[in-house]
Ligand binder design. Sequence first.
Ligand SMILES: [Zn+2]
Length: 84
Amino acid sequence: MNTNIDGFIDGYGNMKEHDAFGYNVTYITKRDAVLCPDCASEDENMDELAGAFSHFEGTPLYCDDCDCEIESIYGDPDEIDEVV
Ligand SMILES: [Zn+2]
């Protein structure tokens, strides 16, 4: 398994929802599918994980498995401009 991913497994064998800095973690599989931490923790998906990242900025991503919305940590900069 990718060592990059090993650091994101918590003490219960699940994929962490937050990294060491408290940012939400999003997972990507070998087939370039985006997964939320819940789906990444599914046994059949865990074997497919290729990396973990924090979705800092931009439009929301959608989990490839459960279709939930993964909002960026700082939001969409274009959207903020419209409010100001
Ligand atoms: Zn999901």
